[in-house]
Design a protein around this ligand. Structure first.
Ligand code: FEO
Length: 168
């Protein structure tokens, strides 16, 4: 049976992952409607990954005898200033998510739930990867500058595999 405090921390994270998915969908829409096809593809795929994170939390809580609650989700911004801001915001958001993941690990340690702590390691590693990949995109943007967005967009298009079915 899942410890109550751990369950609460995991259930709280369902909303954070759902919000992340919707935030990236909003960014995908911004890119799509501004002619940045590659960037849109990147964000649609990112939104799918966040939904997958959300599902991981939902299923784990249920499997361990807890009860996942599907939350209402805050509306993400509908507009963004430009490419540099979008990716700066993405990095900031991922750093925030990393801090949330660390907090959950902290609760697991406090409550001596080492099973969930081990399970959370996947998210710890995922955050390292996500922060690194978004930081690399920010570096690329800095190098290319705002005048080379066509090139940037072509470049980022190749960074994701086939378009996920939900984004076609
Ligand atoms: Fe679910 Fe991008 O962290």
């Amino acid at each position: 049976m899942l410890n109550k405090k751990v369950e609460e921390a995991l259930v709280n994270q369902i909303e954070k992952e759902a919000y992340s998915s919707n935030l990236y969908l909003a960014m995908a829409v911004w890119a799509d409607t501004n002619g940045f096809e590659g960037t849109a593809k990147w964000f649609y795929a990112q939104a799918d990954e966040e939904r997958m994170h959300m599902l991981k939390f939902i299923k784990y809580v249920n499997e361990r005898g807890g009860h996942s609650v599907i939350p209402s989700i805050e509306q993400p911004p509908a507009d963004f200033k430009g490419m540099t801001e979008v990716f700066a915001q993405t990095l900031e958001h991922e750093q925030y998510v990393s801090s949330l993941i660390n907090d959950i690990v902290g609760v697991c340690v406090e409550e001596r739930d080492f099973t969930t702590q081990t399970w959370m390691q996947w998210f710890v590693n995922e955050q390292i990867e996500e922060e690194a990949s978004v930081a690399a995109i920010n570096d690329k943007l800095r190098l290319l500058g705002d005048h080379n967005l066509y090139m940037f967009d072509r470049d980022i298009m190749g960074m994701r595999g086939a378009m996920p079915a939900s984004a076609e």
